[in-house]
Design a protein around this ligand. Sequence first.
Ligand code: SAM
Length: 280
Amino acid sequence: MSAIDTLPPLREVIATHQLSARKSLGQNFLLDLNLTAKIARQAGDLTGCDVLEIGPGPGGLTRGLLSEGARKVLALEKDTRCMPALQEIAEAYPGRLEVINGDALEIDPLDHLTPPVRIAANLPYNVGTELLVRWLTPPDWPPFWQSLTLMFQREVAERIVAQPGSKAYGRLAILSQWRADARIALSLPPGAFTPPPKVSSAVVHLTVLPEPRFPADAAILSRVVAAAFNQRRKMLRAALKGVTPGIEDHLIAAGIKPTERAEQVSLEAFCALAREIENA
Ligand code: SAM
């Protein structure tokens, strides 16, 4: 298949700019431009959207996002060595790529973006999870983004989309599914990356819901879910004892058996419990 733009192949870019992968920055690069275009397509229709990309590295996904029609890509990259390669992409797509050299955990991108905004990233997993939690827990809802298309370790992706009754079901599933539709869009074997990581990966796509799926106070829901899953083997009447007095009555009022364990309780029931506690 043909390359997606007239820029040099990514292997050449990496050799020219001496971008040997650094473990400390979680660098596992995607060098197949057909694959990066496919990942970019999972982000939905990009025409008329600004895309916030975290960790562009040598720019494989960046090129995919631009060739798929993003109005503008704002790319935040910590590794200064990647700047010249990203500059070449900016020159090939005049006015459509802005790069900021810095730590995505420290940068507020909002001044650089015009709605509608989508977010796409192939990030080190620890940074990805932290950013996901931040993007899902802003002070106000709806947030500044319409969708998130993020690469995760397969096991983390499964925790995001998990349903009650599975081992993977927990805080991340509740947080992700309360205010977004979440699905695994693509699975990738270690060999898709250079160098290959130890585990498989998956792209998760989350689409914002205009309102939370079920009403609940965010802080109370978060407190209840944290306590419930911190002691996931315990019955809820024990695990939630410290959350509020009379927890057994609240559980019953929310339609949850006090002898159930967190793993069996649906998102809807957790929200009902948060409302019971709020109203008490
Ligand atoms: N997107 C590129 C690709 O798909 O080939 C690179 C992916 S690599 C897994 C992760 C990238 O995130 C690296 O370029 C790394 O330097 C960058 N990175 C790591 N931590 C970061 C942070 N806190 N803020 C911004 N970029 C970061």
